[in-house]
Design a protein around this ligand. Structure first.
Ligand code: ADP
Ligand code: ZN
Ligand code: ZN
Length: 756
């Protein structure tokens, strides 16, 4: 007999097919089974979405189905003509079917982020699984099967509700004794262990959040002999540090379980490593999974806890292809599985903060439980904020005298300073004083940045690199000069300004720069970070890369040089990001209480707007005050989290094309709404009455990149459900319209966009 099987494959976007395709097979297959199927001229990986069955769940052979309706079969009388469907080429042996919860997660993500099911599902798998054929995969599997088998479920005494057994008791192996928890840590751990749901730990940098995660991971593993836990961090460069901490803490357990019981998942791993980690997670062998945003899609059949560290970090949002938020999907996944999820941050996203506020309404309790951990570990306190008013400094001041003195004092005592400037290169612009020539990029609406190290002008957007011209390309003047400052120039300037200063041991100062340029080579970043940790670096200059997460023990001074641009950005999230960046940066200082006892550590800010409420809130590290002020502005403006947003972005040969395309699609709005309501003739659902607002198309802030003009249209809606339905149907119109707009190269939908 032959059975129809609906299979997800990664279809090209322009196919405009969002569901599975139907293939035939000699037997019915379980949903989640990996298969190879013919597609076009090639063979590709597919995932069985479902095999049609009768009302008793029995698979139905193909004779019972008649119609192929955009890939799906409809039950009916015997077909008049045989179906022209292709056979599945092979079933991938040795990998058990991915579970239904995973398929549901992928289905939700596809619907919510407006991507096709196949794309969502297939991009969530390690690339080698897609690229290798069945025999090659079989070989890989054989290789890894030598490793430990998954643990067998063995009956243990179920722990009483309030009493959590230690991993020690379950396994008879000691776990390295942790610190004595602080009261705040203890309360946090107890609350998470005894209650259900989603938790938001609002904890200062250095308050010991990671320790809370470790404790919760430990009790989760102890409570269930098969449990898997997923711990996410925003950046790849934070994973080694985290991995180290988990390995040290759980060493005896990991030894007992085998090498694959702790795995990492991030994009800097080789394809072979990624496949190994994925298989370890999928088979249940991996018990602790540490990863960046992509790990939210790992197949984890026994997932029991998710931790999202630094939950506010924009890196959790994928910025190309399927633009999902791993943080939001983590919350979804936890809810779906009925497990706990812990979000942690010193500066929660305003969305999460809002969801954790007491609603004073029993019928609508807050979505997340708030756990506050305001104190830093030990005697360490947050650095004292020093604000320098640049208006009172001589024009062109880069380092105020006061700041320079403070840096000197610190480094002479053997302490470290961190200088933050969010702009790499030597100078953002080169210009000619005679004719006003500026180093504009010919292909983008941006300036090429001057890099002195290799004397190049580089466009950070399209990547064009050129030698610095000797003379002004426009008037021939030999005197062209840098405008503005980048990290390279700061490094040079500090060398000059501090040339006479010596370290405690009499050696000259060691100034290190860390940014995307200094870390281009593999391993460079880890090397550089190691130099900072070892204490051989006196002053660290860098971009936001160094502001996050790192536990620099000897850092006692942090300075942010020009934070002002974000204050007046057209992006309503800019202040939130700035506050969080400055607070995270401040959190790098004063982590070692002993160093701060002689004189408290310092956070310096040089600004032209010293009175700005953002700096005022920062002065007292008063995130709640800042958040309350921002949220009230957002509420007035109907901005998220009080409404939902989506962006449609069009790339085209001309700005007119891009805008016209979007604006024409906008005119179909009434039709789309009508369609949505027509599909639900008898529904009284209140969301059906809500209409989204579509703003006219505008050029993007960076209007042109690599000669492509970019425009965007903002959509706002009070109802999440309406937004979803609307976007789904409206996209068909976009697909339909695109051929009429020859200049339009591509368009994308970004749901819950982070930058506007
Ligand atoms: P966070 O994740 O909130 O920034 P960490 O968990 O990294 O904080 O803790 C900061 C430092 O304090 C780390 O070096 C950690 O080892 C240490 N630490 C954490 N909890 C305790 C504790 N209860 N007693 C002593 N030291 C602790
Ligand atoms: Zn000139
Ligand atoms: Zn360019």
């Amino acid at each position: 007999m032959t059975y129809p099987i609906n299979v997800l494959v990664n279809l090209p976007v322009h196919a405009n097919i969002s569901g599975p395709l139907t293939y035939l097979h000699t037997q019915s297959l379980e949903a989640g089974t990996l298969v190879r199927v013919p597609f076009g001229k090639s063979e590709v990986l597919g995932i069985v979405w479902h095999a049609p069955s009768d009302e008793h769940g029995q698979p139905l052979p193909v004779d019972n189905w008649v119609q192929v309706n955009s890939g799906t079969l409809i039950k009916g009388p015997a077909p008049k003509s045989p179906l022209v469907l292709k056979q599945i080429s092979s079933v991938i042996e040795g990998i058990k079917a991915i579970d239904l919860q995973w398929l549901d997660l992928v289905g939700f993500a596809a619907r919510y982020y407006q991507r096709s099911l196949g794309e969502m599902a297939l991009q969530a798998l390690p690339p080698q699984l897609r690229d290798l054929d069945a025999t090659q995969i079989a070989r890989r599997l054989k290789k890894s099967s030598d490793r430990k088998k998954p643990p067998q479920s063995k009956p243990t005494d179920t722990p009483r509700d309030s009493e959590v057994q230690s991993v020690e008791a379950v396994l008879g192996y000691p776990v390295q004794t942790a610190h004595t928890l602080t009261r705040e840590q203890e309360q946090a751990v107890r609350m998470i262990q005894t209650q259900d749901g989603a938790f938001l730990i609002f904890g200062s940098t250095g308050s010991g959040k990671t320790e809370v995660y470790l404790q919760c991971v430990q009790s989760t593993l102890a409570n269930d002999p098969l449990a898997q836990v997923l711990v996410m961090v925003p950046e790849i460069n934070l994973t080694p540090q985290l991995e180290e901490r988990f390995k040290t803490r759980f060493a005896p357990l990991l030894n007992h379980w085998g090498a694959s019981s702790l795995v990492s998942m991030h994009s800097a791993m080789t394809p072979a490593q990624r496949l190994q980690s994925w298989l370890a997670a999928h088979s249940g062998v991996a018990r602790i999974i540490l990863g960046t945003r992509m790990s939210i899609f790992a197949s984890l059949p026994h997932l029991k806890l998710i931790v999202v560290d630094e939950e506010h970090d924009p890196s959790y949002k994928q910025q190309e292809g399927a633009r999902y938020s791993a943080r939001d999907l983590a919350v979804y996944r936890a809810k779906q599985l009925g497990i706990k999820v812990i979000l942690g941050s010193a500066t929660p996203s305003l969305e999460s903060w809002h969801h954790a506020q007491n609603t004073h309404d029993i019928a609508h309790p807050s979505k997340y439980q708030l756990i506050a951990m305001p104190s830093r570990i030990g005697q360490a306190s947050m650095p004292k904020v020093q604000i320098i008013d640049l208006n009172r400094q001589p024009r062109g001041t880069v380092f105020s005298k006061e700041l320079l003195e403070a840096i000197k004092t610190r480094v002479q005592r053997g302490e470290q300073a961190l200088i933050l400037l969010n702009r790499r290169g030597y100078a953002p612009v080169l210009h000619c004083q005679d004719c006003e020539w500026k180093s504009a990029c010919l292909h983008c609406s941006a300036y090429r940045v001057f890099h002195k190290v290799d004397r190049t002008l580089r466009c950070h957007h399209c990547g064009v690199v050129e030698r610095v011209p000797r003379h002004c390309p426009s008037c021939g003047n030999a005197d062209i000069s840098p405008l503005g400052k980048g990290t390279e120039q700061l490094e040079e300037l500090l060398h000059d300004l501090l040339a006479d200063v010596r370290q405690a041991n009499g050696e000259p100062l060691n100034i290190l720069r860390i940014d995307a340029d200094s870390t281009r080579l593999k391993g460079a970043l880890n090397n550089q970070l190691a130099q900072v940790h070892s204490g051989e670096v006196n002053i660290l200059v860098g971009t936001q890369m160094i502001a996050k997460g790192h536990d620099f023990r000897r850092m006692t001074l942090v300075a942010a040089l020009y934070p002002d641009t974000a204050l007046f950005s057209s992006d309503f999230r800019a202040p939130e990001r700035l506050f969080s960046l400055l607070l995270q940066a401040a959190g790098r200082a004063g982590r070692d209480a002993d160093l701060s006892t002689s004189s408290p550590s310092e956070m310096w800010i040089q600004t032209q707007y010293p009175e700005h409420p953002l700096f005022e809130a920062l002065r007292h590290y008063d995130y709640p005050q800042f958040a309350a002020q921002q949220l009230s502005e957002r509420a007035q403006g109907y901005l998220p989290p009080f409404s939902f947003q989506a962006l449609i972005r069009a790339d085209a040969r001309s700005q007119t094309d891009a805008q016209l395309f979007l604006n024409t699609a906008r005119e179909r709005s009434a039709e789309v709404l009508e369609e949505i309501r027509r599909q639900r003739p008898n529904s009284q659902s209140p969301w059906l009455k809500i209409e989204p607002t579509l703003y006219p198309a505008i050029p993007m802030t960076l209007q042109r990149i690599a000669n492509i003009e970019r425009a965007q249209m903002l959509i706002e809606c009070e109802s999440r459900l309406m937004m979803q339905e609307y976007l789904k149907l409206w996209q068909h119109h976009l697909h339909q319209l695109q051929p009429q707009f020859k200049g339009v190269v591509r368009w994308v939908v970004d749901v819950d966009p982070l930058t506007i």
